[in-house]
Design a protein around this ligand. Structure first.
Ligand SMILES: Cc1cc2nc3c(=O)[nH]c(=O)nc-3n(C[C@H](O)[C@H](O)[C@H](O)COP(=O)(O)OP(=O)(O)OC[C@H]3O[C@@H](n4cnc5c(N)ncnc54)[C@H](O)[C@@H]3O)c2cc1C
Length: 463
């Protein structure tokens, strides 16, 4: 890895000030500390300075200088990563895209928009709503588009609309040496050349920096419905997931809550859920009849798999109520167990192996014998998020939690799955990269060396 750069030479600071203006450069302790950690448990590392570029020309000039002077540069969106992805572990510069946060152009007839990387997807969707459009990937946290592209974020709506990777068509990228390239096309299909757009998506700012993206949008649906289905066993719930997908129904979201999560939610007295493995299902449609039809069919399919209860509601208010519940799970569990911290695990396997994956994860987290151990997941994607409890003041407890997390990842890999369904590699998943990718990891390393020969971009990640 490139040598750490804890402070910057006076000549570099002068160059940055000239390039950006003093108002777009910060070396204050408050700013450095804010940009030293993401939302994970990984140790903080102070950057030497933070730059807030306003345009691609500034980004290019800074990277050209950093490349020549071998200064680490870590791109920053909103810092909500949970694997250490945006922690500047070699110091140097953090490049925060806060001031590149515009929707540049909307193509309403093509359901596309050109946007800058610093815009937060929730703010963007609030603006796009005026045109009846939205960007579908929904990681829950208030993430930026650049960070979602960096991590290939996904979230609850992936079954219906895909992950970030499926919703980005073109990128403007500044390479490590300051060169600017444009990848992809606004055409819906192309067979032209290597797919560089998708190479950069999910590369966590290690191959280049995104300064603009053409994203795919969707019309805001007219009709919504949501249902909560409880099952005797996780295996029954998983079989119902496969049946729903296999029947050609097109759920937008299909979330799994284990019994422990349901019990935690019931403590709030806001929700009165049956304490069993549970699915939360959402449909969108253009007509009310289609929604009713999909719900009826989903109910039948769930009943085929010994569903104990199926409560459905139609309309945006009911949908919003259920998603408030789903999105509040982490906060409720943290609140219920003061003094306990949690590692958020992110493993995925083929849907047919989901119940095996969940069972193995349940056994691992139960063995820790601490409160709050629970699992939620994006069931239709085979993605599980076990919450792994530990006592923050107790190193041995933290080590046990990490061991459990490692075992869950190895189970996912043994089931033909992945170490990370959507949170990215960051620092946390580096130990599993060789096992997951074998010799492909060397090809990834070769690409990294080609595009960033001095290793200045988000050093210490991925490999
Ligand atoms: C409570 C909570 C729940 C979450 N739930 C989900 C979930 O359901 N699904 C999910 O997918 N994620 C989830 N996340 C994780 C996180 O929100 C996502 O990974 C999100 O995409 C990170 O976006 P960000 O703007 O915060 O990126 P950052 O953390 O700032 O950056 C992410 C990565 O992208 C790089 N990067 C940032 N900007 C650029 C750029 N312009 N060019 C190139 N690289 C760049 C960074 O260097 C870093 O490697 C959750 C996080 C929290 C805290």
């Amino acid at each position: 890895m490139i040598s750490p750069v804890p402070t910057l030479a006076a000549a570099t600071l002068h160059f940055l000030e000239q390039t950006l203006g003093a108002e777009n450069l910060s070396v204050t302790n408050a700013d450095r500390e804010y940009h030293a950690r993401d939302q994970s448990f990984h140790h903080a590392h102070l950057p030497a300075a933070i730059v807030f570029p306003e345009n691609v020309a500034q980004v290019s000039a800074i990277l050209k200088h950093a490349h020549a002077e071998k200064i680490p540069v870590t791109a920053w969106g909103a810092g909500t990563s949970i694997e250490g992805n945006s922690i500047p572990i070699a110091g140097g510069l953090v490049m925060d895209f806060l001031r590149m946060d515009k929707i540049l152009r909307v193509y309403p007839e093509d359901f596309q928009a050109d946007v800058q990387p610093g815009i937060k997807y929730k703010d963007m969707n609030a603006k796009l709503a005026a045109q009846g459009l939205f960007f579908a990937p929904d990681p829950g946290a208030n993430a930026s588009i650049g960070g979602m592209i960096g991590n290939n974020a996904a979230g609850t709506r992936t079954p219906g609309y895909g992950a970030t990777r499926d919703n980005v068509m073109r990128l403007e990228i500044v390479l490590a040496n300051g060169d600017v390239i444009h990848t992809g096309t606004r055409s819906k299909k192309t067979s032209s050349g290597y797919d560089l757009t998708h190479l950069f998506i999910g590369s966590e700012g290690t191959l280049g920096v995104v300064t603009q993206a053409t994203i795919r949008l969707h019309p805001i649906p007219e009709h919504f419905s949501a249902a909560v289905a409880s099952f005797e066993t996780v295996a029954d719930a998983t079989r119902a997931v496969s049946a729903i997908m296999g029947a050609g129904l097109n759920p937008v979201a299909l979330e799994f809550l284990d019994v422990a999560t349901v019990r935690e939610l019931n403590t709030t007295n806001e929700f009165h859920l049956r304490e069993n493995p549970t699915l939360v299902i959402e449909f969108h449609s253009a007509t009310a009849q289609a929604i009713e039809h999909e719900l009826a069919l989903a109910r039948e399919l769930c009943q085929d798999y010994a569903c104990l209860s199926f409560e459905a509601g139609v309309g945006r208010a009911e949908r919003d109520r259920l998603w408030k519940m789903r999105h509040s799970t982490y906060a409720v569990i943290v609140r219920n167990h003061p003094g306990v911290s949690f590692l958020i695990c992110d493993v995925a396997a083929p849907v047919s192996k989901y119940s095996e994956l969940v069972a193995a994860c349940e056994a691992e987290i139960a063995a820790l014998n601490l409160p709050g151990a629970s699992i939620v997941g994006h069931a239709a994607d085979g993605n599980a998020h076990p919450l792994v409890p530990y006592l923050p003041e107790d190193e041995a407890s933290h080590a046990r939690a990490l061991t459990a997390l490692g075992k869950m990842v190895r189970v996912a890999l043994a089931l033909d799955g992945t170490a990370t369904g959507e949170h990215g590699v960051g620092l946390g998943k580096i130990p599993f990269m060789r096992q997951e990718h074998g010799a492909s990891l060397d090809v990834m390393r070769a690409l990294k060396n080609l595009l960033d020969p001095h290793g200045i971009l988000n050093p210490g990640k991925m490999f």
